[in-house]
Every structure is written in structure tokens, then in C-alpha cells.
Design a protein around this ligand. Sequence first.
Ligand code: ADP
Length: 360
Amino acid sequence: ENYHALLAENRKLFNEIQDLKGNIRVYCRIRPFLPGQREKRTSVEHVGENGELVVADRSKPGKEGHRLFKFNKVFGSDATQAEVYSDTQPLIRSVLDGYNVCIFAYGQTGSGKTYTMTGPNSSTKENWGVNYRALNDLFDISQRRKSSITYEIGVQMVEIYNEQVRDLLSSDGSLKKLGIMTHSQPNGLAVPDASMHPVKSTSDVIQLMGLGHKNRVVSATALNERSSRSHSVVTVHVRGTDLKTGSALIGNLHLVDLAGSERVDRSEVIGDRLKEAQHINKSLSALGDVIFALSQKSSHVPYRNSKLTQVLQSSLGGQAKTLMFVQLNPETSSYSESLSTLKFAERVAGVELGAARTNK
Ligand code: ADP
């Protein structure tokens, strides 16, 4: 296939989704009620086709408790993994054209962050989350372009817990088969001190991410569901070499499953739990500050304030594209957490609509 035609086609697709805030997009996704869940009252009042979301404080009568938010897109609780991905796909493809992209999921624990990014436990292809679909796509497209350009793809996977970065793929016996990339920093954008693994197929990726997931869970039992209190970052490095000119195309993709954003009652936690809560709070607000600064086109972007923003720096700002999935729990008992999630999203996107009540 002709690479240049493909490139043009992707650029066109890509330009089509450049709305609202240039390089920053915010999608909201509402988790369905889960089987066996007792409470069935929803705080979601309306999901519009153009990214409008109305949530309702049910303790107030009628429309008094309604609040309107606006995103690039809102996925209702019936949206499939494929539907969610189809709007994300142009971003993923742009990585092969040399763009840096950062996709992350934000929300309280249990709101579906991992479901969106990875998929459910023991997932089938149909239920794959963004991570697997993205890598699968990268392989597909690079295969189609192979007569004009060859791609090398490498993966890193780290966890950030209490401001410390831990390699989830540090070499052990099971990784020998895949090996570790020697030119591990193709663009100086790699997470330092974390191993990078070349991948050639989706099954390589499944094997690696399975191991990363296992490594995360091992410490989770010891530290009591640590996984919801750490950020997980999958970094994908893509280096393409144009066979005719020899020139290189380098792109970088970060796929981030953030720690749960729920506020912790400070009067109720002490010791390690308090420390964790403070670290999460600090890093999520640092992330919010960075994206806010970018959305305001501010000259100073405060990347240095947390490990998370340092690790993501290469794919936040400049020519990089950022996509945030804002995850919501539907039930009324989660309303106040949902509202604080929505306010975070509203602030980072620099779109102030939340104060307006709807008169629908
Ligand atoms: P988080 O990562 O935010 O803590 P999870 O992704 O673990 O949340 O989701 C919590 C539970 O809800 C899991 O059992 C998950 O499988 C389920 N879930 C989340 N989103 C969906 C969805 N869109 N469809 C079906 N089940 C979902």
C-alpha cells in the first residue's frame, strides 16, 4: 500500500477530530450498573450526542439539581469497547506518523478505568480495552506499510506508587524470549531505568502486559489493593525508517490507568494510607495543573511537580495529543465523587459550563 496516501488519509481523519481544545480532548464514559448491584438509581440524567452530559443531584427536587457538562464526546453505559475505541483510533494511528500521544483514564476506584484501558479480567478480543486495540492497530498498519517503511515497536510498563517508579517488566526468566531492546531510548523519551521490550505481534503484547499485570497484583495483595492507589503507565515507542530516504519517524504513546481519584477522609486514615492519599492527591493535581496550563497555552507548564507528569512530559504539550477518559459511576450514592471528577475534567479542559443549570 502507498504509504503517502495512507498518511494523507490519516492526517485528514486526524484533523477531523481536532475540535474543542486543539490537542486536548476529553471523553466521558459512564459505567453500566453491574450485575448484582442493589442500587439502581442513576445520577445521569441525559447523555447528548454532541458531548453534553447532564447529571442530577437527586436530593434536590426536579431540575433544581441538574448540572450540565460538555465534553468532546460522552459514551453512555451501553457503549461497547469497539465504539469507544473507534473514536480513539485516529490518535493511535498518528503515533505511526511521528506524533506523541498520551491517553489516560481518570475517575474514582470502580468507575471503569481499567475496563476502558485494558478490558475486563480474562478478556476476549471483543472486550479488549484501548491498550490491546492500540497495539493491534499499530502492528496492522505497520504491516501494511512495510514496503515503504519498517517499524520497530518497543514497550515499557511501570507503576508509580508514592512518587516512586517501579518497572513492572524488569527482566526475569520469562522475558528472555522477547529480549530487551538495546537501543532502548530511540528518542530520549523512554522512562529512565525501566526495561524496554521489543514487540512484534499482539501476542507478544498480551504476554508482556499479562506479566506486568501479575507483577502489579503480587504487591497488591501485600499492600491491600495497591493497584487502585498507583498509576500504571504503558509506554509504546515507535520508530519507523523510510526505506527510500532512510529518514526516521519517531512516535511515542503513553497509556495510563490512573490511581483512584476518590477523596480520602483525612480524619479517618493514618500512617501509610494517609501517605498514599497525599501522594495520589499531589500527582493528580499536578497532572491537572499541567493540562490546564497547556489548555491555556501558558508559557510555564509545571511538569516537575510530580513523578507522573515527569514521566508523561514527552507526550503532554508541544505537538503531542492528549486524550482523557473521564470515568463515572452511575449510581446516586456516588454523586458527590462523580461531581468532583466532572469538575476536575472541566477545569483541565478549560471549558466552564458546569455552573450553568439546564432549563430543559
Ligand atoms: P477502576 O479501574 O476504575 O477501579 P474497573 O475497570 O476495575 O474500575 O471497573 C470496576 C468493575 O466494573 C469491574 O468489575 C469491571 O469489569 C466493571 N466495568 C467497568 N466498566 C464496565 C463496562 N463499560 N461494561 C461492563 N462492566 C464494566
